[in-house]
Design a protein around this ligand. Structure first.
Ligand code: ADP
Length: 395
């Protein structure tokens, strides 16, 4: 179990800043996932921990040692990559034990370590198989076993599941969680897949354009995103974003208003533009009494296309434009909010419906910087209090 720290790490390639002023403090035995879109600096950060990349400035500490200038082999780390590089002419035993053989491990200890690692990744009985006799998932498990036998202080994994098919990826997620529980080793895991990050990690570090946006428990990032980037990146389908202006006790979007409690929001003043965020599951049909927790401010809208998913229906709503002279909303055929409803809901396309945005789950972001201003715009539903409690526990 080992703590990993990155302090003020910067990595530049000529004009490109791959990593900007990265500060990470990963606890002993933690499963941390670095997540973000392609090119945001995840691999560079991981390679800096591994020693495959030397930071332009800043320091890396693993355990009690500063390792910034140490080569990878002296850092007590093992890496698993996306491209599983097994030796095709070696069987599973030889592939797993390759690193140990290079270091002249005694046969008996080597046998014992290989057997233990094979059993952890459930490859017992397959030690004499050749790589081309195995499935992609099995080969990836060989690569993980090869890392395990080295008994590293820290596991570094760069998109190790990216080349596997969707079903196998989901299975391997569970296996990796089991592996982490069993080994109790610090794991730093890189993925661009937010679902992978959400399901496996103790904490996730969300990166964008080389900068750390938020590091927190997955549900904290989901429920209390630090800014609109994290809010939009974490969660699928993505959070809806609406431009709004702060009015007198109301958030005025185009064509509708939502009332808020001044006490629930600090730091906004009347007339200020804000970005309002709401997740699809926090928009309810007023007719769906099982869902509608917030009596809120009903909004008339027309449904667009529906996507029945089996466990829920995604309902695209047409954009609500500003009220006409006659005071009625003019509904146009442009994309508006996305809501999700219970699969038993009686709903069809081009239907007039009444919705409500659950104000306990409306997020407000600064219109310029995207920084979060508030999570929830009312305080009396009791839901916001739950969030605080949950995230305190998760941290
Ligand atoms: P990610 O893993 O999040 O996809 P990377 O860490 O690989 O992102 O890359 C971050 C940024 O640094 C990208 O803009 C990428 O093009 C740039 N970059 C990475 N490696 C190099 C390199 N060896 N030379 C020049 N630019 C690089």
């Amino acid at each position: 179990m080992t703590r990993v720290q990155l302090t003020d790490v910067v990595k530049r390639y000529d004009d490109v800043v791959a990593v900007e002023d990265m500060n990470l403090d990963l606890k002993d035995g933690e499963f941390i996932t670095l997540v973000g879109p392609s090119g945001c600096g995840k691999s560079t950060t991981l390679e800096t921990i591994a020693g495959l990349t030397k930071p332009t400035s800043g320091t890396v500490t693993i355990g009690e040692r500063e390792v910034t200038n140490l080569p990878p082999k002296d850092r007590g780390i093992a890496m698993v990559f996306q491209n599983i590089a097994l030796f095709p002419h070696m069987d599973v035993y030889d592939n797993i034990s390759f690193g140990l053989r290079l270091r002249d491990f005694p046969q008996e200890e080597m046998d014992q370590r290989v057997e233990e690692a094979a059993s952890i990744v459930q490859l017992e009985g397959m030690l004499d198989r050749m790589p081309d006799e195995m499935s992609g998932g099995q080969r990836q498990r060989v690569a993980i076993a090869r890392a395990i036998v080295r008994e590293p202080e820290v596991f570094l994994m760069d998109e190790p599941l990216a080349n596997l098919d969707a079903k196998l990826r989901v299975n391997m997620r569970t296996e990796l969680q089991r592996l982490h529980k069993q080994l109790d080793t610090t794991i730093v895991y890189v993925t661009h897949n937010q679902a992978e990050a959400m399901t496996m990690s103790d904490r996730i570090a969300v990166l964008n354009e080389g900068e750390l946006q938020q590091i927190a428990a997955p549900l904290t990032c989901y429920n209390e995103p630090a800014n609109s980037f994290v809010a939009g990146f974490i969660g699928s389908p993505s959070m809806n974003f609406v431009d709004a202006t702060v009015g007198d006790g109301t958030l005025d979007a185009q064509g509708y208003s939502v009332s808020f409690e001044t006490a629930a929001i600090e730091g906004v003043s009347s007339g200020e533009p804000v970005e309002m965020g709401i997740r699809p599951e926090n928009i309810y049909l007023t007719t769906n009494s099982a869902e509608a927790r917030d009596p809120g401010d009903p909004i008339q809208v027309e449904t667009d296309v529906l996507e029945p998913m089996g466990d829920q229906i995604f309902v695209y709503l047409k954009e609500i434009s500003a009220a006409d002279d006659d005071g009625m909303s003019d509904i146009e055929e442009r994309q508006g909010l996305l809501m999700s409803v219970d699969p038993a809901t009686d709903i069809w396309e081009d239907q007039q419906v009444e919705i409500v945005l659950d104000r306990a789950w409306i997020h407000l972001f600064d219109a310029d910087t995207g920084e979060a201003i508030s999570h929830g715009v009312v305080s009396d539903t009791g839901i916001g209090a739950d969030v605080e409690q949950d995230s305190a526990q998760a941290d």
